[in-house]
Ligand binder design. Sequence first.
Ligand code: NAD
Length: 357
Amino acid sequence: MLTHKIVLLSGDGIGPEISEVSKKILLKLSDKFNFNIEIEEELFGGIAFEKFEDPAPKSTLDKCKSCDAVLLACVGDSKYDQLPRELRPESGLLKLRSDLNLFANIRPVKIRNSLIESSSLKKEVIQNVDLVVVRELTSGIYFGEPRGIIKNKNKERAFNTMVYNTDEIERITEIAIQIAKKRNNRICSVDKANVLEVSQLWRKTVENMAKNYKEIHLSNMYVDNAAMQLIRDPSQFDVILTNNIFGDILSDLAAMLTGSIGMLPSASLNNIGPGVFEPVHGSAPDIAGRNIANPIAMALSTAMLLRIGLNQIQAADNLELAIDKVLSKRFRTSDLDDGKSEIISCSKMGEKILEEI
Ligand code: NAD
């Protein structure tokens, strides 16, 4: 029987609560679809800092590099905000992404019919939304050098560098093109080419790449307009291709179209090694430990792991269907409260999904 090795990083905040749900889901699906799954749990984020004074310990990174796929919940807490930057949980996340060379972050945003009323936008605006944000993940302003804070006598000066080279833009564009070819062949590249040189190189490179694919329809949009269009008419988008920081912001915005950030999965991939599958949301310290978090973003990330990371397509389909069934029976966690549904806990939501698998 085929055996898949998964590393599970539960991380901080609501991480352990939502991870528990996904662990049970993986075990049930492996039973149903006849494959073995070995889940190794490793410390990562704030909890790893507590034990090893390192948010991304080498032992954890080594395990991640040698498994088939990594399932990550979330990291972070304000109690670590005073630590030097390299010791904060979020730096561990950046280290994981760069060590595994995860340059492509894929974030599908699809409106589930059962959740149309949970969105803060009107039904007519969101009902046909089905888009994917392809975000560059290992370069741009989050990694650019030089960076720092300079302290002078009376004032401080802080700076970061947004930098891309042609290769980095080409490889993420290639991923967006391949995704668009399996969808509707439309890519909207989002930049700020009217102001930033780095965006001018981005635009030129994307346009050059797209010329090689006659079937691809490429458009360009400034990031400020893209933010507006995502609220005004989100169904105009098919694949949104963008850099690290713009993708970070736009994908959270797109998350709210679906009703809650607790619904949005993502995959971070490279060309060869294991991918990292993780919800878009953070560790939600404000609700941690109360068993009220929505475990669906992590469960949908688990479905992406099964589909993309392990090629277990039937198991992935089954899980997504199970989630749809639970939602259409009007069970919700409190973040999706529409006043007409039964509000259940995180663990109960897990049980309901397991019942439908
Ligand atoms: P957040 O995503 O953790 O929370 C934003 C809001 O959404 C909060 O009100 C929270 O309660 C709610 N929320 C998030 N996930 C939810 C879920 N599954 N179910 C129900 N409600 C949910 O973002 P934040 O508050 O800006 O950040 C909190 C911490 O998480 C910070 O330390 C931040 O650095 C970190 N963070 C980590 C990641 C990651 O691990 N990938 C991503 C973003 C933020």
